[in-house]
Design a protein around this ligand. Structure first.
Ligand SMILES: Cc1cc2nc3c(=O)[nH]c(=O)nc-3n(C[C@H](O)[C@H](O)[C@H](O)COP(=O)(O)O)c2cc1C
Length: 405
């Protein structure tokens, strides 16, 4: 499988003559299974049309920062989070200056500040411009910020000059992107089977009503995506949630705790992560027909019985996978988490405080404390995507140190 398969590559095209080569680059990236989105600067629009880029990328081309239509006005943040890597080709002298100094006055420069993805550049300009001390200083600043660049190459230029300033060729840029992806995303979970549950469960009362909870599934889905990016063969067992299936992940949709357990047992793994908010109880006798309001007999009494404990059941299998639990609590978070860690014989427990609405069930952010028999590690508040990335690495390390058989 190509290193580009399933990767999200955001291409920024600025106002240089070499922009005409970018449709070719996009086609090569798409041929290897990458998903490509494009940001075109106003300068870039003079050299290559949005129509051509849309046709080759299969995606709408983005140009406007102040666009009320784009994702309810937050399109720049969506694009910044979506990207696994940002490649600006060609990178004009003007855009290099903006990036070196942290400007955010158009969509491309704003996304570059807002993304956690590695930023790559393919500078291209007249040889005299490339030699200018201001351009040299800007490249130096960018390099100090960790930005990587390919080229420019030497040769004859569109303006008739000869010298350094030609953009590297699309096949060279593609290879450069693959190398950077391989560097930034090692695959410590390659060949490891990882099953993860996510979202709430629904416990039926009658054919139209149920007991459930506020879990959005976002944390579990983000973790499934991060684990897949680290090379794991991921099975995601999802309760009822309205979320897109992460790339490269096998998804099984379930409703009740009972169904979730059956799916978990049917998908043995090396690592099991219980991220779902599973209902502790279900209704003993689910009514066959809708329960009607009845003034005489008053409010119905629901008899509840205990649901199976999915994590505990999986941890008791022989052989058992490395089990990771989540403890979403509203008070005494770590005390409850340590109790759960010991009682269920888990390898790790990820504790988080859901009483704080900034990092709670439906939020896009989270913070966590990971506890094991001999370690306590704090992960500060950040986006669920970024936290998932860090947790996936932590889980992978723990697995290799303690469980790899
Ligand atoms: C015909 C033509 C070709 C140009 N080629 C380049 C180029 O290769 N590199 C560059 O840095 N600027 C080039 N420029 C200048 C940029 O288009 C200009 O600086 C613009 O403001 C860049 O805006 P942007 O960085 O937002 O895309 C060229 C301008 C023209 C008119």
């Amino acid at each position: 499988m190509s290193a580009l398969a399933g990767q999200h590559i955001l291409i920024g095209i600025t106002g240089g003559i070499a922009a005409y080569k970018i449709p070719e680059l996009i086609r090569r990236l798409k041929d290897e299974g990458a998903q490509v989105r494009v940001i075109l600067t106003k300068g870039g629009e003079a050299f290559v049309t949005p129509m051509t880029l849309q046709a080759v990328s299969g995606e709408e081309v983005h140009s406007e920062l102040l666009d009320t239509q784009a994702e309810a006005g937050m399109g720049h943040i969506q694009l910044a989070k979506w990207a696994d890597i940002v490649m600006i080709a060609p990178a004009s002298a003007n855009t290099l200056a903006k990036l070196a100094h942290g400007f955010a006055d158009d969509l491309l420069s704003t996304v570059c500040l807002a993304t956690a993805a590695p930023l790559l550049l393919a500078p291209a300009m007249n040889q005299q411009m490339w030699q200018h001390p201001a351009v040299k200083a800007n490249m130096q600043r960018l390099s100090e910020q960790g930005v990587k660049a390919i080229g420019p190459e030497s040769g004859s230029q569109a303006c008739g000059d000869v010298g350094a300033g030609r953009m590297s060729e699309p096949h060279q840029i593609k290879t450069f992107i693959i190398e950077q992806l391989q560097d930034s995303v090692s695959k410590p979970l390659a060949g490891v089977r990882l099953t993860i549950t996510a979202g709430p469960t629904r416990e039926a009362i009658d054919p139209v009503r149920y007991i459930s909870n506020h879990s959005s599934g976002k944390m579990g889905f983000a973790l499934a995506q991060s684990a897949a990016k680290l090379g794991a063969e991921v099975t995601l067992i999802a309760g009822p949630v309205d979320l897109q299936t992460p790339t490269g992940v096998k998804r099984l949709d379930v409703e009740s705790a009972q169904e979730m357990l059956e799916a978990a047992l049917a998908n043995p793994s090396d690592i099991f992560i219980g991220c779902a908010a599973v209902a502790d109880y279900r209704v003993a006798n689910i009514a066959e027909h809708k329960i009607k309001k009845n003034a005489q007999s008053g409010a119905p009494q629901l008899e509840l019985i205990e649901n199976p404990d999915i994590l505990k059941t999986i941890a008791e299998q022989n052989p058992a996978p490395m089990c990771v639990g989540f403890a979403a609590e509203t008070r005494d978070v770590e005390t409850y988490a340590i109790d759960k860690l010991k009682r269920k014989k888990l390898a790790l427990i990820i504790a988080n405080d859901v009483s704080n609405s900034d990092i709670g069930f439906n939020s896009d952010n989270n913070a966590a404390v990971v506890l094991s028999a001999d370690e306590r590690v704090v992960f500060e508040q950040q986006s669920k995507t970024s936290l998932a990335h860090q947790l996936a690495h932590y889980i992978a390390n723990h697995f290799h140190q303690n469980f790899r058989r």
